[in-house]
Unconditional design. Structure first.
Length: 445
């Protein structure tokens, strides 16, 4: 287990100046903090979203003792702590994370962006429980000196075959296949090979290292694989893929699973236990609510999976206790039903946390959602609120985009079309847009 270093590593404990012109990767981490307007921000990578109850309590205590008392869930299944203004907060946080096993390598902490199918092995769908891929890939990344050079934006996706995280636009994707012997390897979204399933994580690392080889000769900074190789063909050319060509149809993302796990509870195969799936309001929870979740996890076997849809999954809850546990989570502020108008609502930090934001988007989002009154069984489109044109945190897929504009209004669009809407009319505009049938996705031939 690592201990706190005597000197910074990869910017450890550094808080870059808000006005600094830095062409290096500015993506925040647990060691290199982001200088947000509401105080330093730490982003903690959680490969596959896998956490123990003990680790969750460490994070809750850090949020209370060092930050603003809340935790943010990101669209990559990671966690953020904001407002880290306490003296020595950066060093204290690193020490706590290391002791909890959440910082296995200081040099690689921003490179450990790994999303995985959160219901893999839990609900009878998919072809594999990919959690063992998560742990193996994480260990391989941390053991590779070259992988420390990956940017904080580079993403691995490990899909169990249902097509959920395969739809998230990762740089390197592994998808389990029905034959249980092979996995599909995708680069920048393009299927390039079928590789042996037992060795799939090593193939993912090889692809990332090949990308770094190409990126080293690129005239401009290249953070993502598509920056140097939009089709994945050049990276594939550096891999020994001739022995494992594509066979059969490539796996395709499933529309059924694009929105992530359904909220609520359902029996696990074999009977006796349930899986509980809960969401969060705008991806934020209080430290106290996080402790409630940790207690639930401990009672059910000790594991929680944070999802890329800013939710959580708890397996192993005794069937007889599941309704009461869901009620407890709802009481703590989690979303536990598909009928909640908060389902699919996301937002950037907005004011006062972000200097670039043109509005307090979270307050305006809350007002818009509170005004929402969906009818029974009426599906609402997801919606993302952004404080400026950068659209930070915007998930992929069909949704309503609500973007603050310089004239003090918002632009509400569905499928790229819409108009600027005055703030007093925002709830009505958002409600109408969420009931709009989205245009079909673009297809290429």
């Amino acid at each position: 287990m690592p201990t706190a270093p005597e000197s910074p590593v990869n910017g450890a404990f550094a808080v870059p100046s808000a006005g600094r012109a830095d062409r290096e990767d500015a993506c925040p981490g647990a060691l290199r903090l982001h200088a947000a307007d509401d105080g330093p921000l730490a982003r903690i990578r959680i490969p596959g979203g896998l956490l123990t109850g003990r680790q969750m309590r460490v994070l809750a205590d850090a949020a209370d003792d060092l930050g603003d008392g809340r935790l943010d869930l990101t669209s990559r299944g990671n966690l953020q702590l904001r407002g880290l203004r306490a003296p020595g907060a950066a060093t204290d946080l690193a020490t706590r994370l290391a002791a909890a096993g959440l910082l296995p390598s200081y040099a690689h902490e921003r490179a450990r962006n790994v999303v995985a199918s959160p219901l893999g092995g839990l609900d009878g769908h998919g072809y594999a429980d990919v959690t063992h891929w998560v742990r193996e890939l994480d260990a391989l990344l941390c053991a590779s000196p070259a992988a420390a050079g990956l940017s904080g934006r580079f993403l691995f996706a490990l899909d169990d075959g249902r097509g959920d995280v395969a739809a998230l636009g990762a740089d390197v994707t592994l998808t389990a296949r029905a034959d249980h012997a092979t996995a599909e390897l995708r680069l920048a979204g393009t299927p390039v090979a079928h590789v042996p399933a037992p060795d799939a994580p090593r193939w993912a690392l090889r692809a990332a290292e090949a990308f770094l080889t190409l990126a080293a000769g690129h005239p401009a900074r290249a953070w993502r694989l598509a920056d140097v190789d939009p089709t994945g063909a050049r990276v594939a050319g550096l891999l020994p893929v001739a022995d494992v060509p594509l066979r059969g149809e490539p796996a395709g993302p499933s529309a059924e699973h694009r929105a992530g796990p359904r909220l609520g509870g359902f029996p696990q195969p074999g009977g006796g236990t349930w899986v509980l799936s809960a969401g969060t309001r705008l991806g934020r929870v209080t430290a106290q609510a996080w402790r409630v979740l940790a207690e639930v996890a401990d009672a059910a076997g000790g594991q929680v999976r944070v999802t890329p849809w800013r939710g959580v999954v708890v397996p192993g809850v005794p069937a007889a206790e599941a309704p009461g546990v869901l009620a407890r989570l709802a009481g703590a502020g989690f979303l536990t039903g598909e009928d909640s108008p908060w389902r699919g609502v996301t937002a950037c930090a907005g004011r006062p946390g972000c200097a670039k934001s043109l509005a307090d988007v979270r307050t305006d989002a809350e007002a818009a959602v509170r005004a929402e009154a969906p009818g029974p069984g009426h599906a609402l489109l997801p919606v993302h609120f952004s404080g400026c044109e950068r659209n930070c945190g915007r998930p992929d897929g069909a949704r309503v985009d609500v973007v603050a504009t310089a004239d003090g209004h918002y632009r509400v669009t569905t499928g790229g079309t819409g108009a600027s809407t005055a703030a007093p009319d925002l709830p009505a505009a958002v409600s109408a847009a969420r009931r709009t049938t989205p245009p079909p996705p673009r297809t290429t031939t």
